[in-house]
Design a protein around this ligand. Structure first.
Ligand code: COA
Ligand code: AMP
Length: 632
């Protein structure tokens, strides 16, 4: 089939408001939009300013009412416990409504914040949808973060309630969530009114009298109650999702209700080529944006069956797990990060596990979260025999910026490119001075304002930070903070970040935040954390530390303490396992640490002596310090 992409994109370019007005007709509104875009509202304008609707109604209730009551809505597959649990749309409605009743009875209503700190259990999705039903703003915190990170989020969004589980399950390790939750509440200045705790059979948590309530008991008592969906303005926040910024203070990305519904629903067929009733699987975590958009909201909005998978691509129990899940549940599309495929390829280079499963329903593999490296894409194409689609987006956008749009008809695949700009996104590449660069030239990848529906309108309680972080440097544009280029056919190539964010196993991490923790060690005078290339995880953090004058202790002991400190403050997900002590850090004459050059040295790449370097000898000291070191 010839792709209609160019025609559809041109239609959007000619009349963006008409385009989004039409897309909005796929949503069941309480009051449909009369006005499509208000350029004067908010920081850069707001979409559907007068529309009223509810996400939970669109993702759950309307499907029950329109004939999907007995269709599976959500399948929980835990490769760690070896169990599955399924919920039809009718059952999903029961669970979500019961939880909404519990929250409502305890004083949660429109605009209240609720933190969800849960592993990959169905209740995490119920909790998100129950908040949406009441108009409460959820903020899901990834389970791999430490108590301190949770405390920062508690203080920033000041939740009335926290919904948590007693534990998460990592291969070979039960992660006790409750002590982390209690620690975070102790550390935070703000205290929630109450916590709802899901006791998992693997580990029971001790409850704090008067503050903690048992999820199962309260929900069981509330099953069968009716709780209406709260009418929400399209511009009301649906959720806050914290993502790494350049400091230890994460950015609270705000997602609004209406634009998000429209953008996600549009994406399911046009971009992902998936029809209502089909089974869609995003193998991510509800704590990340991929989990919000493509485990929970988009597949449910579209009337699909979504898979919530607890496990890893390898080791739970083997490199065939993904194929088992696809075969067992009839998955048509899998969305994951390239690192998952590098892990599978590492353990099953010839794809032998693939042949053991019936993948006849499987049509498309989608990869995002980090650059889709050509060898990984080629391996997947060869062994799976389906199109492999690299697509690029960010927590801030909530759905793909660029892709090869499957539903509109695929364009030729260019390896190493996450495709072409989706409607809504006018992409430009500018140099640091703000001048357009020719096709094929690397520069700052920018989106012409306004951002399309579904993108962040601002950061939580921080309009100015939002403006300064994203809109100030290139007036009239949103700065993606990615560097890349556009080729002559309009394909994007995303090569690196322009800030201090690194990408470890598809997880977005801030080296600045890690430096703040490393620098807090009493024996550290100064430090630099960089991301070095890693074959499986893409990048790994590596810390250089200069010890304070007069420190007599064994530097290796201090390095170990620093590694433990980062794990304790940020969490295991930081994957910070190597700190190296050096005499001095290389700097420019104005005192700026030369992180880029250190990274090249660590990666074994060729590098040029920076003209502004203060003392060239320091770079050889860095090379020496790394000799014989393995970055774990
Ligand atoms: N709760 C608690 N701890 C967690 C966690 C969670 N939800 N998720 C990860 N961790 C821990 C891991 O157990 C590990 O701990 P360890 O240091 O004790 O071994 C640490 O955080 C680092 O995790 P990770 O970087 O995921 O490494 P891994 O070796 O456990 O797994 C992969 C490597 C590639 C298999 C895994 O990262 C993966 O499946 N990635 C897919 C990418 C993905 O989902 N990206 C999200 C965006 S699409
Ligand atoms: P996150 O906000 O966690 O989704 O991370 C977004 C960042 O991940 C982007 O700004 C990119 O740096 C990187 N990223 C995501 N998808 C891709 C992709 N397909 N190709 C290259 N980089 C990607």
């Amino acid at each position: 089939m010839a792709s209609t992409y160019r025609e559809v994109y041109a239609r959007w370019e000619k009349d963006p408001e008409g385009f989004w007005a039409e897309a909005a007709t796929a949503i069941d509104w309480v009051s449909p939009p009369k006005r499509i875009f208000d350029p004067k509202a908010g920081v850069y304008g707001r979409w559907f300013p007068d529309a009223v609707g509810n996400m939970c109604h669109n993702a759950v209730d309307r499907h029950v009412a329109s004939g999907r009551a007995d269709q599976l809505a959500l399948v929980h597959d835990s490769a760690i416990t070896g169990t599955t649990a399924s919920f039809t749309y009718a059952e999903l409605l029961t669970e979500v409504t019961a939880l909404a009743a519990v929250l409502k009875d305890n004083g949660i209503g429109k605009g209240d914040r609720v933190i969800i700190y849960m592993p990959m259990v169905p209740e995490a999705a119920f909790a998100m949808l129950a908040c949406a039903r009441l108009g409460a703003i959820h903020s899901v915190v990834f389970g791999g973060f430490a108590a301190k990170e949770l405390a920062t989020r508690i203080d920033d969004c000041t939740p009335k309630a926290i919904i948590a589980a007693s534990c998460g399950l990592e291969p070979g390790r039960t992660v006790a969530y409750k002590p982390l939750l209690d620690g975070a509440i102790d550390m935070a200045a703000h205290k929630p009114d109450f916590c709802l705790v899901l006791q998992r059979p693997q580990l029971a948590a001790a409850m704090t009298e008067g503050r903690d309530f048992d999820y199962a008991t309260l929900v069981a008592a509330a099953r069968g109650r009716a709780v209406p969906c709260e009418p929400m303005l399209a511009t009301d926040p649906l959720y806050i999702l914290y993502t790494s910024g350049t400091t230890g203070q994460p950015k609270g990305v705000v997602r609004d209700t209406g634009g998000h519904m429209v953008a996600l629903e549009w994406s399911m067929w046009n971009e992902f080529g998936v029809k209502p009733g089909e089974v869609f699987w995003a193998a991510s975590d509800v704590g990340w944006v991929v989990g919000h958009s493509y485990i929970v909201y988009a597949p449910l909005l579209h009337g699909c069956t979504t898979i919530l998978f607890e496990g890893k691509p390898v080791g739970t129990p083997d490199a065939g797990t993904f194929w088992r899940v696809i075969a067992e549940h009839g998955v048509v599309s899998l969305f994951t990060a390239p690192t998952a495929f590098r892990a599978i390829k590492g353990q099953d280079p010839n794809g032998e596990f693939i042949g053991k499963y019936d993948l006849s329903k499987f049509r498309t593999l989608f990869l995002a979260g980090e650059r889709g490296d050509p060898p990984t894409i080629e391996w997947a194409q060869t062994h799976l025999g389906v199109p492999v689609i690299d697509h690029w987006w960010q927590t801030e956008t909530g759905s793909p910026i660029s892709q090869n749009p499957v539903g509109l008809g695929m364009l030729p695949v260019k390896l190493g490119s996450p495709g072409v700009a989706m409607p809504g996104y006018k992409m430009e590449v500018l140099d640091d001075a703000g001048h357009a660069v020719p096709a094929g030239t690397l520069g700052n990848v920018l989106v012409k304002l306004p951002l399309p529906p579904g993108c962040l309108p601002t950061l939580w309680n921080a309009d100015e930070r939002f403006f300064n972080a994203y809109l100030a440097e290139f007036p009239g544009y949103y700065k993606t903070a990615d560097a890349g280029y556009l080729d002559a056919d309009g394909y994007l190539f995303i090569m690196a970040r322009t800030d201090d964010i690194i990408n470890v196993a598809g997880h977005r991490l801030s080296t600045g935040a890690m430096e703040e923790v490393v620098a807090s060690h009493p024996d550290v005078a100064e430090c630099a954390v960089i991301g070095v290339a890693d074959e499986m995880k893409g990048q790994l953090p590596l810390g250089f530390v200069v010890l304070s004058a007069g420190v007599k202790r064994d530097p290796h002991e201090i390095e170990k303490e620093i590694v433990a400190l980062v794990r304790d403050r940020i969490g295991p997900v930081a994957a910070f396992r190597t700190a190296v002590s050096v005499k001095r850090l290389p700097k420019t004459r104005s005192g700026k640490i030369l992180r880029g050059t250190m990274q090249k040295i660590a990666d074994g790449e060729s590098w040029n002596m920076p003209a502004t370097i203060d003392d060239p000898a320091i770079l050889s000291e860095i090379g020496e310090a790394l000799k014989g070191k393995t970055i774990l």
